[in-house]
Design a protein around this ligand. Structure first.
Ligand code: ADP
Ligand code: MG
Ligand code: MG
Ligand code: MG
Length: 400
């Protein structure tokens, strides 16, 4: 047994040497802490003589973003590695391979993806990823179908739910996404320029009811094993490859929460385009690309989910006529509601996004924030009536 301690770069190298069949004995290894996340250490270990490299991700016993005053369970490293292993079994090309999980050190050793870029950065730079919609739709359809009561043995699924009880990380979501943004909470970072819009949101009773209903589903609806934090900072991408990382928030929850996370982060970039595109024409063009991507993701996701269901759904009742249509309509409605919730919290909550916050022109930043709020609140209010993904797209078009 090894007692937990946070690694230095040198200790990360020593640990990496003990992994069998990886690096040559006594070869020179380089180590760099590259974590830009809020919660964990990420070491990049490489062997210059062979070009081999790996990533060592270690959970800290507190949230780095806040400091040691916010203790956080190390069990999230287990959740992350076990979720990655399940995801790899369902879509091997869409997640990093896990080599080792070391419980006592809260440490996961995984494939180095440094040849990819974080999608949030790629979108800010105005890049397009032609295979993204197809890849992420397959990730969503397979991980959400095969971990649900539709796609796995229902008794085994109950065991899975237990395996992924993740109370501390769920609590972060419950507070930072569903609660704090809707009142004058200390954790918020309200941009002074939009104080008026935020105060209006704090008074909006219709909005608060919808958020309470969405939170209720997040708390109680153990539908599928979710990634739990599927924003564009958790997606590594190139022109021909997509890899989903960082599932430490994984738990059993409503499918729409993961799909909504993807859509919300595409729409946050959409809202910020006045600051990133060089002229009106390229702005309209890039916004069209983002909305087209959302439409493609939904269309491909639901097509693939339906065909998995028809081919591999074993349960007799799930073949009931009309049930599949009802089910996907609920998933669409949840998706729209969570898309909205995940947009709103990024405007004035604790953790915001570079797509908006890195804008240097204050006027463009304010417009981006107001557009994002308009889209987010409209989606939240509309979610329970939605019939089609086109309604989400119309809300986004009207907001700019
Ligand atoms: P956190 O949970 O702290 O957000 P992440 O898993 O998102 O940690 O990783 C933080 C950063 O570390 C990523 O944005 C990326 O730059 C880098 N990173 C994480 N995993 C890998 C990997 N497998 N390969 C290369 N870089 C990685
Ligand atoms: Mg992360
Ligand atoms: Mg990150
Ligand atoms: Mg994380």
């Amino acid at each position: 047994m090894t007692t937990y301690h946070a690694f230095t770069e040198a200790e990360a190298v020593e640990y990496a040497r003990t992994i069998p069949n990886l690096f040559a004995p006594n070869s020179e290894l380089a180590s760099r802490e590259i974590g830009d996340g809020n919660l964990n250490l990420v070491f990049h270990i490489s062997e210059p003589s062979t070009g081999r490299s790996i990533i060592l991700k270690q959970a800290l016993p507190y949230a780095k973003v806040v400091g040691e005053s916010w203790p956080l369970t190390l069990d999230r490293a287990r959740i992350e590695s076990e979720a990655l292993i399940i995801q790899e079994s369902l879509c091997p090309d869409l997640v990093p391979h896990v080599f080792v999980y070391e419980k006592d050190l809260a440490l996961t050793v995984m494939q180095d993806l440094s040849d990819h870029v974080i999608m949030r950065r790629g979108l800010i730079e105005g890049n397009r990823y032609p295979l993204f919609a197809q890849h992420i739709a397959r990730f969503l359809a397979h991980t959400l179908f095969y971990t649900s009561d539709l796609g796995m043995n229902q008794q085994e699924k109950k065991e899975r739910v237990k395996q992924f009880i993740n109370p501390e990380l769920c609590k972060i979501t419950e507070d930072l996404i569903f609660d704090d943004p809707y009142y004058n909470a200390e954790t918020n970072n309200v941009p002074p320029a939009i104080q008026d819009a935020i105060e209006a949101l704090w008074q909006d009773k219709e909005l608060h009811l919808e958020v309470a209903i969405l939170r209720n589903s997040f708390l109680t609806h153990a539908q599928s094993l979710l990634h739990g934090d599927l924003h564009t900072g958790s997606i590594f991408i190139t022109q021909d490859s997509t890899k989903v990382i960082d599932p430490e928030f994984a738990y059993y929850g409503p499918m729409g929460f993961d799909i909504g996370a993807v859509f919300a982060n595409l729409l946050l970039n959409y809202a910020a385009q006045e600051g990133w595109s060089k002229d009106a024409e390229s702005r309209a063009d890039y916004r069209g690309y983002l909305l087209g991507t959302i439409k493609d993701v939904w269309t491909l996701f639901q097509g693939e989910f339906r065909s998995l269901w028809s081919l591999y759904g074993e349960d007799r009742l799930s073949k009931t006529e009309g049930y599949q249509d009802w089910y996907l309509q609920q998933v669409l409605r949840d998706t729209i509601g969570y898309t909205g919730s995940k947009i709103v919290r990024r405007v004035h909550g604790l953790a915001q996004v570079a797509d908006i916050n890195k804008l240097e022109d204050e006027a463009a930043k304010e417009r981006a924030q107001r557009i994002a709020l308009r889209i987010g609140t409209a989606l939240i209010k509309h979610n329970r009536q939605a019939q089609s993904i086109d309604e989400l797209l119309e809300i986004a078009v009207k907001a700019v």
